[in-house]
Design a protein around this ligand. Sequence first.
Ligand code: PMP
Length: 378
Amino acid sequence: AAAPTPVREGLPPRREDLRGVDPYGAPQIDVPHLLNVNENPVGPSAALAEDLGRAVREAAGGLNRYPDREFTALREDLADYLAAESGIPAPPVASVWAANGSNEIMHQLLLAYGGPGRTALGFTPHYSMYPEYARDTYTDWVVADRGPAPEFALTAEDVTAAIAAHRPDIVVLTSPNNPTGTALAPDVVSAAAQALLPTAGMLVVDEAYGEFRRDGVPSALELLPQFPNLVVTRTMSKAFALAGGRLGYLVADPAIVDSVRVVRLPYHLSAVTQAVARTALAHREELLGKVDQLRTARDALFEHLRERGHLTAPSDANFIYFVPLLHRAADRHQVWQALLERGVLIREVGPEPWMRVSVGTDEDNAAFRTALEEADPR
Ligand code: PMP
């Protein structure tokens, strides 16, 4: 570890509520099997990498100019993609918005709709960044619990009761949820949107892992025509294997997009980002084919863990939340460490003793299974 930076006299004090706070981020450790941040394990094919290179080269010739501030062509491509993926009519461009990852999308939403005196509600265990968007924007962050393990379900009654108790301005529902993998039935989403209508509260459904949902689970995108207060967010980081490209997006009423346009920084989406995202969207058939393979691998890994006696949460995402059987003899950090020593990096996240493993390539998944067996010599 690096030596602590000596504190110089005359350094400006950090904002009071940020003192002693560390930046968010999972460890980035160089090991063969990276299964800790729900990345897509499959990099671009040679053909896609070639096209990405060409697109970046073309964009490079115009980098003296600011990029298209409204990125209209990219928004059209995203609208087309959503229509194909979810079977909804293509949303108008004015309903689609993008930013550098869905993290920035959520940040922009809270900038425009949160703020001092306003409250956002989430359900634990939830994605670790939500309270940070709230903190940054001086929004109060309150939580209610999801249902009991291993399902971590959320019912229409649960969400409406929490909304009645907290009277939030914004509710964040994650489907499929990180870290539990749980997808929400449409009646839960519509009950939340309906319960928020009388106070004009906003419902954000974070579908970062939407493309990995099992067959028959609809997207909240279908509910957009019914609810003016509904925002659905997505990302290209997972299904499109583009975590390094940084592209997240939302679909909502055009009035909500207009509010977000007020708080966005000008030219926030670089010309390179726009070119890369459009190229990946043009290759969606190849990329979504790999999503199908990952869903199959996820179901196989789930079955394996269950058969071996590990407690396992059903998953609609590209990861599995589980309690290692081994935990009876060791704490989860020891399990994490034993896996790391075998070249497999997973994540300790949410309530003890639960852990999360991303679905990797066949090789990654086999290495994980073997490492878990070795760490657990029953
Ligand atoms: N939402 C959820 C639930 C996530 O798990 C993540 C990433 N792990 C994000 C949003 C943000 O992803 P990105 O900024 O890469 O789009």
